[in-house]
Design a protein around this ligand. Sequence first.
Ligand SMILES: [Zn+2]
Length: 121
Amino acid sequence: MSRLFAGTQFEQPATCERCAKPVGLCDCPRDAKSGRVLSPADQQLRIRREQRRGKFVTVVRGFTPRSAKTNDLPALFKQLKSTFATGGSLDAEMIELQGDHRDRLVEHFRKLGYPAKAAGG
Ligand SMILES: [Zn+2]
């Protein structure tokens, strides 16, 4: 079957430059406007300790911009929960882990290639 826009300027690359999967199956984070794959280096993370009902949580923000369709956060979140042996929650642009893991998380994300900074007190 030939693709509708094959050979025209609208033709999409067949595979993702990051994970090498066909673009339709790829979950890599992409800029919502340009469609460009975001590498960890493009995502400036801020990691801060916050209190919820007297208990510490560690909040990671800065996973933007990305579309809902291409989102590698669920896999990353799962991996963090097991690495740090804790629970937490995830939304479109933020990961929250129970407990104070700020300094270890900064180190962890830097190893993954994210420019990560501790924020707050
Ligand atoms: Zn990909």
